[in-house]
Structures are given as structure tokens and as C-alpha cells.
Design a protein around this ligand. Structure first.
Ligand code: IMP
Length: 413
């Protein structure tokens, strides 16, 4: 890992290179022990990073997955939308398992609040969309960003303000009129009071200043992206995207950091591909192979439990997202899920009508589960990885071979 750390430098970002659920949580958890600060920049509890440590499963929604490392400071950026009860629950669960959070947590006052009413609105809007619904996580993300963009959102820094109730009442009136959604103002206020008691001391006025000062003191920062580049509001498969900027540039914006600060960027991509929710997915496999990937990969949403759509790795997609994010290395995850495939299709190009053209690779029909060295991989697995790497033009330096922290191959440059 030392050679990788040298390449990563003082500030790195971990960004999803497909449609999410690539396994960003695992690499940020592994790297967490070497970094001083772990920051989340955008989005909210639509994210779900699952980490398995000593057989115990932890699901992170709002806190970065690296939060299990006790020495790491945790920062939630201005670009985030935060559902307060979910955050309190997550903190309480981690603290119960012996991971104290509050004393090392900093939350931007400029982050926005996701109300219960936003979640109800998310569900109502999805219902209105009928057969063209996006398949959102119904966590209220889109509606919270709608309020933010309309400049009537409630921010973390507003929570202890005397006119908080007035602000909520105005939003409630709008929601009722426009969407027929009733806000329970007293319940929302109770959530706010509960949150202020627990996280009131964690609120900071300027996340940018905070991180830049730490940077000047030579502290290292890892930025954990949420969702993934193909779900980006500007550059993803619109309208089947999330409501925030999910790229490395979006992450820097969410934290108020200048682009030149980033020393490296890890693009995370599965050795195959999955997607939850609606939208294009040219390499989706509707047959037995797709079912096999779902079963072997445990491809069920960690937030919603929905079965994920499964298919094959797409070179054009990952080449594009790696370039867009400035990825300096790729972490290819869940290689072991492909262990039983006889042949492995990979998308080489996509026709104008959306049909995928494939190159087929021979499978390796052997277990790679838990492997830790490049040389121990079957020749066909190495061939698969090297071929993908050549086509996307970014080195695949980290290869996931199982769910555990140690199930990772670190490949020399
Ligand atoms: P929203 O972010 O809940 O509004 O959902 C918009 C789209 O992004 C839907 O297709 C979701 O399934 C997808 N999405 C949101 N968060 C994640 C994630 O963490 N992993 C995978 N897909 C996600």
C-alpha cells in the first residue's frame, strides 16, 4: 500500500466510475487509516456504503465509510443534503459499536436539511411520473435540492435560528399547494431540536476554510464521492440521474476546494456493472447470467434492498468517466464474482441505437476469492484486467477479490 499512498499524495478523491455501488466504501475504509481527514461533499442518505469488518457489517449513509478509523476527522460538506434523524441514528449505531464520532465530526453550516416532508414529496413526484419514474431511493434528495436551488431551503446553520419555524411553515405551505404533501411541522421541529442537542457543537461556518487550513498544516484529505459519474446531474444519463454533481469536480465544489488541490483520483468500477433505478443500461443481462451476477455479487441495494440490474463492464463508459474525473488509477472491484463465468462479455462500443457491441474474454473458472497478489491470479483474469486497462487508458492498481478489508490486490506500477 505504501507505493499507492505515495501516488495518492496529500489530497485524493474516490469517485464511482459507473452507476454507483462500485464499492467506494471499501477503499475509503482501507485508506482511512493513512489519512487525517475524510470528507463527504455532496448528496445524502441515498448513498449506502457497506463495510464488513471482522464479520460485522456497517452501512454508511451520511458519514464517510472511513469513519471507523478513530483518528480520522470527519467532514460533511456544503454540497450535502442531510436527513437529521438518519444522521443521528448512524452516529448512535457507530457509537454503540465502540466508534465515537461526535468529537471528530464537522458539519458545514451551508449543508441543506432533508425534511421528512421531502421524502414524502420524493414519493409523490415518483408516483406522478408513473411509468417514466426514475426509481429514486425516495430519500428526499431531489426535493431537498429543488428547495436549495429555489433558495428556500433550510440549512444546517439555520437550525438554531429563531425564525426556523417560520421558514418551515413557508415551505410547508408551498409543498401543500404544489404537491399536496402535508408537512408535520412539529415533528420536523422535534428532529431539529434532537439534532441540535447531539450535533450542535459540530457545525462549522466555513468548510472550505477548515479544509484549507488543515491542508496548509500538511494534513491529508480523502474525499469520498457518493453515487457515481454516470448518475451526475450534468454529465450522467439524464434524466435518470441523481440531483447532485457526483464527479471529482462536483466533490471539490461541495467542499469549497480549488481544483489544483487534488493530487490524485481513484475511479472505482466493478469488474462487471450494475444499476439501480430506471434508465439506459446497454449491457444489462436479463437472462441467467444477470441473475448469477446478482446472486454471486449480492447485488441488492443497501439503502432500499431493491435487486440491482446486472450486466457487463463497459469500456466506453469507464474510459469516459475516468477521463472526466481525472482518474489517476482505477480500483476494479468484485473480480471474484466473475470466477464461474465461462466467457465474459465486455462492451467495446455502443451503436447509435443504444445496442452494445461486445468483445468476449475467456473466463478463468477458478476461485480468486480473497487473493492478495497479482501473481496468484489465473492468467485469464490477468488478461481480462490488462485488456480493460489498455482500453480505458488508466492503470488498474487495486483489485477487489472479496468483501473483507484484506481482500484486495495492490498491483505495482
Ligand atoms: P435519488 O438520488 O434518490 O434521487 O435517485 C436517483 C437515481 O440515482 C436512481 O436511479 C437511484 O437508484 C440512483 N441512486 C441514488 N443513489 C445511489 C447509490 O448510492 N447507488 C446507486 N444508485 C443510486
Amino acid at each position: 500500500m505504501q507505493s499507492i499512498l505515495k501516488e495518492l499524495g496529500q489530497v485524493t478523491a474516490v469517485i464511482g466510475a459507473q452507476w454507483g455501488d462500485e464499492g467506494k466504501g471499501k477503499i475509503t475504509d482501507i485508506l482511512g487509516q493513512y489519512f487525517s481527514i475524510m470528507a463527504r461533499a455532496c448528496s445524502g442518505a441515498n448513498a449506502g456504503h457497506t463495510i464488513v469488518v471482522n464479520g460485522q457489517k456497517y452501512v454508511f449513509r451520511l458519514l464517510p465509510a472511513g469513519s471507523l478509523h478513530q483518528n480520522v476527522s470527519i467532514v460533511l460538506g456544503a454540497g450535502m443534503v442531510i436527513h437529521l434523524p438518519t444522521l443521528l441514528q448512524e452516529i448512535a449505531q457507530l457509537e454503540q459499536h465502540g466508534f465515537p464520532i461526535i468529537h471528530r465530526l464537522k458539519i458545514s453550516a451551508a449543508a441543506h436539511v432533508v425534511l421528512d416532508a421531502h421524502q414524502a414529496m420524493d414519493a409523490a413526484i415518483e408516483e406522478q411520473r408513473g411509468s417514466s419514474s426514475i426509481g429514486t431511493t425516495k430519500r428526499g434528495i431531489g426535493p431537498a435540492y429543488m428547495d436549495k436551488a429555489a433558495r428556500r431551503g433550510l440549512r444546517i446553520g439555520d437550525l438554531d435560528h429563531p425564525d426556523c419555524r417560520t421558514k418551515l411553515a413557508a415551505t410547508a405551505a408551498f409543498m401543500q399547494k404544489a404537491f399536496g404533501v402535508t408537512m408535520d411541522i412539529d415533528t420536523e421541529l422535534r428532529h431539529i431540536m434532537d439534532a441540535l442537542r447531539v450535533i450542535g457543537s459540530c457545525v462549522i461556518s466555513d468548510v472550505s476554510e477548515e479544509l484549507l487550513c488543515a491542508h496548509a498544516k500538511k494534513q491529508s484529505i480523502i474525499i469520498e464521492g457518493a453515487q457515481a459519474a454516470l448518475l451526475d446531474i450534468d454529465h450522467g444519463t439524464y434524466p435518470y440521474v441523481t440531483s447532485s454533481a457526483t464527479t471529482s469536480a462536483g466533490a471539490l465544489q461541495g467542499l469549497g476546494l480549488p481544483p489544483m488541490i487534488l493530487n490524485s483520483c481513484i475511479g472505482v468500477a466493478k469488474a462487471y456493472c450494475t444499476r439501480v433505478g430506471a434508465g439506459e443500461f446497454p449491457s444489462e443481462d436479463h437472462g441467467e447470467a444477470g441473475e448469477r451476477l446478482r446472486k454471486r455479487g449480492g447485488e441488492f441495494g443497501s439503502v432500499t434492498g431493491r435487486p440491482r440490474r446486472c450486466g457487463w463492464f463497459s469500456i466506453p463508459d469507464v474510459r469516459r468517466t475516468a477521463r472526466m474525473n481525472g482518474c489517476t488509477m482505477i480500483n476494479l472491484t468484485k473480480l471474484d464474482v466473475l470466477d464461474t463465468e465461462h466467457t465474459i462479455p465486455v462492451v467495446s462500443s455502443v451503436a447509435k441505437d443504444g445496442t452494445a457491441n461486445y468483445t468476449e474474454f475467456p473466463g478463468w473458472n477458478a476461485s480468486t476469492s480473497g487473493m492478495k497478489t497479482w501473481d496468484s491470479l489465473p492468467p485469464n483474469a490477468r488478461h481480462y484486467i490488462e485488456s480493460i486497462e489498455r482500453e480505458i487508458g488508466v492503470p488498474i492498481r487495486l483489485i477487489g477479490t472479496g468483501p473483507g478489508r484484506d481482500d484486495m490486490i495492490v498491483r505495482a506500477a
